[in-house]
Design a protein around this ligand. Structure first.
Ligand code: FES
Length: 133
């Protein structure tokens, strides 16, 4: 499949990626991880913008939110990807880093077509990508 300069790839039946799970596909230069977060799919490059770790093999987790003083809450469980090398945190939905907000993991459009996941290998157009840091 092709559309302009973009390349579309059919990956696998969407049901093969469990809710709150991820599968890494050998696409592009570093691989692409497709996450199923509560039934919504997101595709991220498997390269951490910090030092190049295979970030999609990190931990799907939440994060802390400070309430002031010594108080904090645990929030956003299942929405955050923590890098396996230095524990930087990224929003799975956007690729943006919570650790360094100007940085981001590259994201790709992904959708379900006839029950199969399809990913388009093109930049999301977001200004903070691994190339911009
Ligand atoms: S390589 Fe990912 S946080 Fe350092």
């Amino acid at each position: 499949m092709s559309q302009g300069n973009d390349e579309e790839h059919t990956l696998c039946p969407a049901e093969e990626i469990p809710v709150n799970g991820v599968r890494v596909f050998p696409l592009g230069r570093h691989g692409i991880g497709v996450f199923n977060i509560e039934g919504r799919f997101y595709a991220l490059s498997n390269r951490c913008p910090h030092a190049g770790a295979p970030v999609c093999h990190g931990t799907i987790t939440g994060t802390t939110r400070y309430r002031g003083g010594y108080d904090m809450d645990w929030v956003r469980e299942g929405e955050i990807l923590q890098c396996p090398w230095h524990a930087w945190q990224f929003e799975i939905a956007t690729g943006r880093s919570l650790t360094r907000p100007a940085w981001a993991v590259k994201t790709y459009p992904v959708w379900v077509e006839n029950g199969y996941l399809v990913v388009r290998l093109t930049s999301s157009g977001r200004p903070a990508t691994e190339e911009s840091v």
